[in-house]
Design a binder for this molecule. Structure first.
Ligand code: ANZ
Length: 820
């Protein structure tokens, strides 16, 4: 009698699978294609429980698609540039490349042992020159299209990592990576013009609403931040006698009669341009303080208001009044137009400011039940009757008021209705070493000059022994041999851009590179993109909600407009998986509650680990490792495996004459599993397989017996279903059942309709108390359905023809009595 030895199974099957390569994409000519993608890992250390969870979940669907007959693309690669690798390398005093590639090898080996159905022939690493050559190429394409540009502006600065950060990388005022408080610096940096697609990125979310499971769609909506409102023009009278038109963005143009002063962002260029000479010094000293505050603090309502009177006035376009113009930090330089019309009566921040500096407050909306903000210093934001607003008095509500004032502004040339988005352009340059160099050369004569395509990639120099510690300037700037080049245009002396690209640039298009990962002539094949794209299912964490998942959408739209792909959204369906926690808490070093994946694999084996993770909860929920039982999983797998050894019929035997009860259970399990997988209830699939194993065991021991064909059918079905989560055990079962490897190439069983109908009962149909018909109906039939079925029965119909049915008494599911 054989014993179930997990380690033995792993050692036995892995080399066979590696030879058979059952998961190579493109092998099923003519079959419908499916693209399954899981977020590729950063190569920091070995795989952890999180990787084990995501890939186990993801593999359920990928393997299911193979069994269903699709041609599946399920690739894997490494997001191998970036700060985590670089910081770890610095700490260990190693080269980032050496450290990175050693980790990649470790992780690849672990994934292979873990039995995930990846197509290994498509493996890529974003830090390979073969890859980043095309990252640079795409950068240049975006540059050509006007979607990449350089500008000087106040940017987020991480004082710890000594590099700039994108807005998306600042979380509650802190660096997304290291938690340091982010400050502002005026720097010249590279940007992608994500704002050019703000509207499409926002509206496109509607098409993803139903297929992106979880919070991400809403998070992106909030991040892109659509606001309907108006641009209103104010003329500012400058101290030299001239005027300057300044536009503000407001969501409440209907409160324009109550705009009693104007505030511009202290750090916007505009403030310095319009300031009266005698106020310039005050503005300058105020600015020094402003630069130290984070955006979050600046916008906080409960913060004491500070500011500087700029010594000039603006004309309110509807009242004609001269209103003072101030500079303050609660207005942000890079939102809207960087200037606001302050309506203190109806905006609390304006009101606090008015109170602090004794500026006039004028109520223009009388909100029923609310006190007058002129007296209470509590701003009212609601709907109400317009007051102090000659042209709006009598207008019914806010929406009509806004509409009416916009019409007036447009007619008089003082403004227009507009939609504003909170989304900013993506700051992509980094002052760090381990990234793709920006392929631009700066020439004193020709300015910015793109590196010619045939000179790509701009390779990262090795910088042996160089100090990579962050200093605020890219370490590449010191690599003089690399930096100093001749200008491709004029041949004169020029320098390379020494910044590298944010790693999120690398990951914004990796799903396209997987389509033709070894192609040396192009970034990706547009034809393959048409065939395979967009990604049918994407699994990953929602920590990337407004980062990677937004950037990839932007790249997709930009590359579409450049003509390289013909779809609008990269990921048709998306699911954020939950986290693996322990004892109710996030696993962490300080809590000492970390669970080491390699220990778990050592103790319970791959299959039990995978099964435990899939069975623990619905994919989007957290898994508490303290609540699960990998030992129980081992026991179950052993039970399943034993079934295969007990079957005594021959492979290929017809199942038709098998025990009907067991066949019903088998077919129902398959039919249900299909629905459950389609709705991502993978945990319930496992539960159903457990039930099928129990039913089969019972049939063998005390039912139809091991020779019944239904037992073989059930055991084969168990093997096939189990291959989605426990491939080693399933493969072994498949072999013991007399089949050639691999179970991954087996066909998904087709549930037979006649085995899916529920058991039936006989309903008696009487006419005036005499039995006239018998019907086979479902035990759960409703009264109405049973009555309809009775009246439709041919013999009943004939019997009551020409008579009036006076009453029908129904006792579902057994009796119908018709009174004529
Ligand atoms: C006048 C007004 C009256 C406003 C009122 C609100 C209420 P959202 O919805 O977030 O788009 N604003 C405009 N630009 C700003 C900037 N750069 N920094 C800080 N605040 C700014 O907010 C739009 C509103 O925020 C605008 O409408 C403006 O104040 C302010 F009863 O204009 B409002």
């Amino acid at each position: 009698q054989a014993t179930y030895d997990v380690v033995e199974l792993q050692d036995k099957w892995r080399p066979i699978w590696e030879k058979l390569e059952p998961f190579k994409a493109g092998q099923r000519e003519g079959a419908e294609k499916r693209y399954a993608l899981t977020m590729f890992p950063y190569p920091s250390g070995d795989l952890h429980m999180g990787h084990a969870e995501v890939t186990a979940l993801h593999d359920v669907l990928a393997r299911y698609w193979w069994l269903k007959g699709f041609d599946v693309l399920n690739p894997i690669g490494w997001d191998s540039f970036g700060l985590p690798a670089e910081n770890a390398a610095i700490k260990r005093n190693e080269n980032p490349a050496g450290w990175t590639y050693a980790n990649i090898e470790t992780q690849a080996e672990s994934f292979k042992r873990y039995g995930i159905s990846f197509d290994w022939s498509r493996r890529l690493h974003t830090s390979d020159p073969e890859y980043y050559r095309w990252t640079q190429w795409i950068f240049l394409k975006l540059y050509e299209a006007g979607l990449a540009y350089r500008k000087k502006s106040p940017v987020n600065w991480c004082p710890n990592d000594q590099t700039v950060l994108a807005n998306e990388q600042v979380v509650n005022g802190e660096c997304e990576r290291c938690g340091a408080t982010v400050t502002k610096r005026d720097l010249t940096q590279w940007y992608f013009r994500t704002t050019a697609y703000a509207e499409e990125l926002y509206n496109g979310l509607d098409t993803l609403q139903d297929t992106w499971i979880g919070k991400v769609v809403n998070m992106q909506r909030n991040w892109i931040g659509r606001s309907e409102g108006a641009h209103v023009d104010f003329d500012i009278t400058l101290t030299d006698g001239g005027t300057k038109k300044v536009t503000v963005f407001t969501t409440r143009p209907d409160t324009l009669y109550g705009a009693t002063f104007m505030v511009v962002a202290a750090d916007a260029d505009l403030a310095a341009e319009i300031v009266a000479p005698d106020r310039a010094a005050a503005l300058e000293s105020y600015l020094e303080d402003v630069r130290k505050a984070s955006d979050i603090d600046r916008l906080a309502t409960d913060r004491p208001k500070t500011g500087v009177d700029l010594g000039v006035t603006a004309t309110n376009p509807v009242t004609g009044e001269q209103i003072p113009v101030w500079a303050a930090d609660y207005v942000l330089a890079d939102y809207g137009t960087g200037a606001v019309m302050a309506v203190p009566a109806h905006d609390q921040r304006d009101l606090d400011f008015a109170k602090a500096f004794d500026l006039p407050v004028r109520r223009v909306v009388d909100v029923p039940g609310a006190d007058n903000p002129e007296e209470t210093y509590v701003a009212t934001a609601g709907d109400g009757a317009y007051v102090n607003s000659p042209e709006l008095e009598g207008v019914a509500d806010k929406a009509s008021g806004i509409h009416k004032i916009i019409e007036k502004l447009e007619a008089e040339g003082h403004g227009k209705g507009t939609i504003n988005y909170r989304l900013r352009d993506w700051l992509l340059s980094r002052q760090r070493y381990w990234g793709a160099p920006i392929p631009i050369i700066h020439c004193p004569v020709d300015g910015e000059v793109p590196v010619p395509e045939d000179q790509l990639p701009v390779q990262l120099p090795e910088l042996k022994g160089a100090d990579l510690k962050p200093k605020g300037v890219s370490p590449l700037a010191a690599a003089t041999e690399w930096v100093n080049v001749t200008c491709p245009k004029c041949g004169g002396p020029a320098t390379r851009d020494s910044d590298t690209m944010d790693t999120f640039v690398d990951s914004s298009w990796y799903f396209l590179r997987y389509l033709s990962p070894t192609d040396e002539t192009q970034a990706f094949s547009s034809e393959a993109a048409r065939e395979w794209g967009p990604v049918d299912f994407y699994l990953g964490g929602d920590e990337h909600a407004v980062l990677h998942l937004l950037y990839a959408r932007f790249f997709t739209k930009a590359l579409r407009d450049i003509g390289l792909i013909d779809w609008d959204e990269p990921f048709s369906a998306y699911l954020s998986q939950g986290k693996v926690i322990n004892g109710g808490k996030k696993m962490s070093k300080s809590l000492g509650n970390g669970v080491n994946l390699s220990d778990v694999l050592e103790e319970f084996g791959v299959d039990a680990t995978r099964l435990t993770l899939v069975f623990a909860s619905p994919p989007e929920d957290n898994i508490d490792w303290a609540d699960v039982s990998p030992a129980g999983s081992v026991k179950f797998l052993q039970r399943a495996w034993r079934l295969a050894g007990d079957v005594t019929s021959e492979p290929g035997v017809s199942f038709d004459d098998g025990d009907v009860a067991l066949r019903r259970t088998t077919h129902k399990t398959v039919a249900e599993a299909e629905q459950l997988i389609d709705s991502y209830r993978f945990n319930v699939v496992v539960a159903r397989v457990m039930e099928l194993v129990n039913a089969t065991r019972k049939a063998i021991d005390s039912g139809c017996g091991p020779a019944d064909p239904a037992v073989r059918e059930a055991a084969e079905t168990v093997a096939i279903l189990l291959s989605l989560v426990a491939p080693y055990t399933a493969e072994e079962m498949w072999e013991r059942l007399g089949h050639e490897p691999t179970v991954a190439r087996a066909a998904w069983p087709t549930p037979l309709p006649h085995l899916l109908v529920e058991d039936s009962v006989t309903a008696v149909v009487q006419i005036k108390g005499k039995v006239r018909a018998r019907l086979e109906v479902s035990p759960s039939i409703s009264e109405a359905d049973l009555e309809a079925a009775a009246l439709a029965d041919p013999s009943i119909a004939a019997a009551i023809e020409g008579q009036t049915v006076r009453k029908v008494i129904v006792r579902a599911p057994k009796l119908v009595n018709i009174v004529v």
